[in-house]
Design a protein around this ligand. Structure first.
Ligand SMILES: [Zn+2]
Length: 58
């Protein structure tokens, strides 16, 4: 049985997910968590950029 890279448990089905640019194979629970955390990281980055008046120019 395949092992989840996140929690190390055996899982019937692993989901391939991209976490900070790296592909990982995780069980459903870990994939959900990783997806959430990735989303939060992207959101907070967008907030910081808008607070600094980031307009897409450098
Ligand atoms: Zn897992």
């Amino acid at each position: 049985m395949p092992k989840c890279k996140g929690c190390g448990d055996d899982s019937e089905e692993l989901i391939a997910i991209r976490v900070s640019g790296r592909a990982k194979k995780l069980c459903e629970a870990c994939a959900d968590l990783a997806r959430e955390q990735t989303q939060i990281a992207e959101d907070s980055e967008a907030v910081v950029q808008s607070m600094m008046g980031f307009k897409g120019r450098r």
